[in-house]
Design a protein around this ligand. Structure first.
Ligand code: ATP
Ligand code: MG
Length: 694
């Protein structure tokens, strides 16, 4: 119980029924979850009967670390994962009841786009992605194609709903699920199959959910079925930090909790342990204009601290220079020592580039968090397609990618005919390939090459299943890549040798990564696997699809973090710089593309409120210092246009006397940096002299 205040202790000690911890940023909500895991184990709940749900895989990994240091080895057994990883677990174990085989494939967003192109008869990716978006929202609301069509408001929606029906047929045929299915299918499973539901309800002793404000309707339904009538769960959240409404998250989940659970215990936390009073005041002021779902107060005992600064810049390059200068000056005056104490936060991914350039020029180490994931790289996706095909022969998208990468002389027409044939007999492409009547639609030579491919895949699958341990898996992967000539394929298809070489390095890294998991050295596969038993390659391959969403493979490096505001949720840094705070960026453009009359005002207002919460999230990431910067001019397409400071800067209601950062800061920083360098150099040569080396 040490390190918890009274309200936190109350939440941690209450185990008999549903509990909601509702509190502002930095008040120790996540800490309550970690400590409660420990407390539950202490009172005799078996670790494997505890389920903690986090918002990202990275947060899951972090929570596991904290739990480990709190309760030791037993923490390994606790299931800590995202809703999606939980969905995979449920479906792999019990999906058979839905007609899903245990080796089903998980499609990524690109696979979905191409299936939709096919289902909707278009070659235009943008159109397909619009359908994808709409279908995803429907699925998150718990609607199937028929229900979506029934509630469609116009022809466009009706058409989309019909395409959804065809899309769903294809997924079933491919024994594949998309990301939304990872929530909606487990929901269906528990809802329609009493035995399965009972099994899970008996298994789970307590369920804890972090970032509850960003759950969507289906996730809440799933939670309800998991915990049953006893309702042994703990949800923690902050309505002011709900920033995923655009993806279907709904604050209704918070609103409904007290109604659905009349015996709900609500705990409010009021002390913020993260930020100074100056920072907290700015945060409270910003969020003030939003309607209050639950009124909250938040105070800090960390002292007033440095005033929040507003940095006026001419343009983005200037802004980037000033960010670098600020980092250097804070380091020089001893307020922050480590690079990892700093974060630069922005609204949209593309804003990172200019800051990257400036940091590189100044030789400041950094990482871009939430950028392109390792698993999104073409070469890794190539390999994953092969692995998916071994695990699930019916995965048609994986089949098509494998059979054409690298090219093996099987042409488009052959594949098209195979596709038509498979469609006619309702077979997967792989099953169709071995059909005895395939010869009636394809020349013998084509059938021959298809058979060769099919046999090769069967052989690989057979051998992958028999790998034992890391070394064996590595040897197998190496041989396979040599067999298919993947390295040569990279060098043939890349324009520059340098690029090909870097792709090949990624491939090697991927093989290492797989091998380590086969050896059981790594047991945190994003919360999917909790044992450290050795696994064969096929078992490891089954968990990969899920990882493809993680961009966070990074270790705890000592570098400056560049991150979007969305990806910064739940995290904290001593020094935060919120950049690009201009109208049109933050709040993000509110006016265009929203033509629907009548609804427009309401939806603009809601979006503005969500942007304001985003600003609140950004401000509350800072522990000791916060600077907010804006540019007088900004790029809009190819043009430079005049820009206005974000309305949120005014809403922070900062003290006019202290607000502006001194423009001479840069000069001072350079001087200080120079002084520090000379001092370091002097110290180094003194040390060298003392050690007797020249
Ligand atoms: P967010 O809303 O941003 O997710 P949170 O409410 O989850 O924040 P935590 O991340 O759990 O807050 O805690 C914020 C910081 O305060 C952490 O550094 C945590 O270690 C510290 N903290 C939390 N509770 C206490 C406490 N009782 N005593 C000392 N430090 C605490
Ligand atoms: Mg938290």
């Amino acid at each position: 119980m040490s390190g918890l205040n009274l309200a936190q202790q109350e939440a941690v000690n209450y185990m008999q029924g549903p509990c909601l911890v509702l509190a502002g940023a930095g008040s120790g909500k996540t800490r309550v979850i970690t400590h409660k895991i420990g407390r539950l184990i202490q009172t005799g709940v078996a670790a494997k009967r505890i389920l903690a749900i986090t918002f990202t895989n990275k947060a899951a990994a972090e929570m596991r670390e904290r739990a480990k240091s709190l309760i030791g080895r037993e923490a390994k057994e606790v299931v800590i994962c995202t809703f999606h990883a939980l969905g995979v677990r449920l479906l792999r174990q019990d999906g058979e009841a839905l007609g899903l085989k245990a080796q089903f494939s998980i499609l990524d967003s690109d696979d979905v786009t191409s299936i939709l192109k096919d289902a909707g008869g278009t070659t235009d990716a943008a159109t397909a992605r619009q359908w994808q978006w709409a279908i995803s929202l429907w699925k998150n609301m718990g609607l199937n194609a028929a229900q979506a069509e029934a509630q469609a408001k116009d022809d466009h929606e009706r058409v989309t709903a019909r395409i959804m029906a065809r899309y769903e047929e294809r997924l079933t045929a491919y024994q594949s699920v998309d990301f939304d299915d990872l929530i909606s299918l487990p929901l269906k499973l528990l809802r329609d199959h009493e035995a399965v539901r009972r099994k899970w309800q008996e298994l789970l002793g307590h369920v804890l959910v972090d970032e509850y404000q960003d759950t969507n309707a289906t996730q809440y339904e799933l939670l309800k079925l998991l915990v049953g009538d006893k309702g042994r769960f703990t949800a923690v959240g902050d309505d002011d930090q709900s920033i995923y409404g655009w993806r279907g998250a709904t604050l209704d989940n918070l609103r409904r909790l007290p109604q659905d659970w009349p015996n709900l215990k609500v705990v409010k936390l009021e002390q913020n342990y993260r930020s100074t009073s100056a920072i907290l005041r700015a945060a409270n002021n910003v969020i003030q204009p939003n309607p209050k779902l639950f009124p909250k107060t938040l105070f800090s005992e960390l002292g007033e601290g440095e005033p929040v600064r507003v940095v006026d810049c001419d343009n983005e390059e200037h802004e980037a220079d000033r960010v670098v200068a600020r980092i250097q000056s804070i380091r020089a005056n001893g307020m922050g020592k480590e690079w990892k104490d700093f974060a630069v936060l922005y609204r949209a991914n593309h804003q990172a580039r200019i800051f990257e350039q400036a940091l590189r020029k100044a030789q400041v180490p950094y990482k871009v968090s939430g950028g392109q994931s390792f698993f999104d790289r073409a070469e890794i996706r190539d390999l994953c397609a092969w692995l998916r095909l071994w695990v699930n022969n019916d995965d048609d998208p994986a089949f098509l990618r494998s059979i054409t990468t690298p090219k093996r002389g099987i042409g488009h027409t052959t594949l098209q005919n195979l596709g038509t044939f498979a469609g006619k007999y309702k077979l997967s492409l792989f099953a169709a390939l071995f059909s005895s009547s395939l010869g009636s639609v394809l020349p013998a030579k084509a059938v021959g090459s298809l058979h060769e491919f099919g046999r090769y895949v069967n052989d690989l699958e057979f051998r992958a299943r028999r790998t034992e341990g890391a070394e064996d898996a590595r040897a197998f992967l190496t041989e396979w890549l040599k067999d298919i000539g993947y390295e040569k394929h990279l060098y043939d298809s890349e324009e520059s040798e340098k690029l090909a070489a870097s792709r090949w390095t990624n491939v090697m890294e991927f093989c290492d990564w797989m091998a380590q998991r086969c050896g059981g050295q790594i047991d945190d596969t994003a919360g999917v696997s909790i044992t450290s038993d050795k696994k064969n390659l096929l078992e490891v391959a089954q968990t990969i699809a899920l990882l493809s969403t993680i961009s966070e493979r990074e270790k705890d490096q000592n570098v400056v973090t560049l991150s979007t505001l969305h990806a910064s949720k739940g995290l904290e840094w001593p020094h935060v710089m919120l950049v690009g705070c201009v109208e049109g960026m933050l709040p993000f453009k509110l006016d265009d593309d929203d033509g629907k009359k009548g609804q427009a005002n309401e939806s603009i207002l809601q979006r503005l409120q969500e942007e304001r919460r985003l600003m609140y999230v950004g401000i509350t990431r800072a522990q000791r210092s916060l600077a907010v910067s804006w540019t007088k001019r900004r790029k809009k397409g190819r043009e430079m246009v005049a820009a206005q400071p974000s309305r949120f800067i005014a809403e922070m209601a900062l003290d006019k006397a202290t607000v502006k950062e001194d423009p001479r800061e840069k000069l001072k920083a350079l001087r200080a940096e120079f002084a520090k360098k000379s001092a370091d150099a002097a110290a180094a040569s003194a040390a060298a002299a003392a050690a007797g080396t020249p």
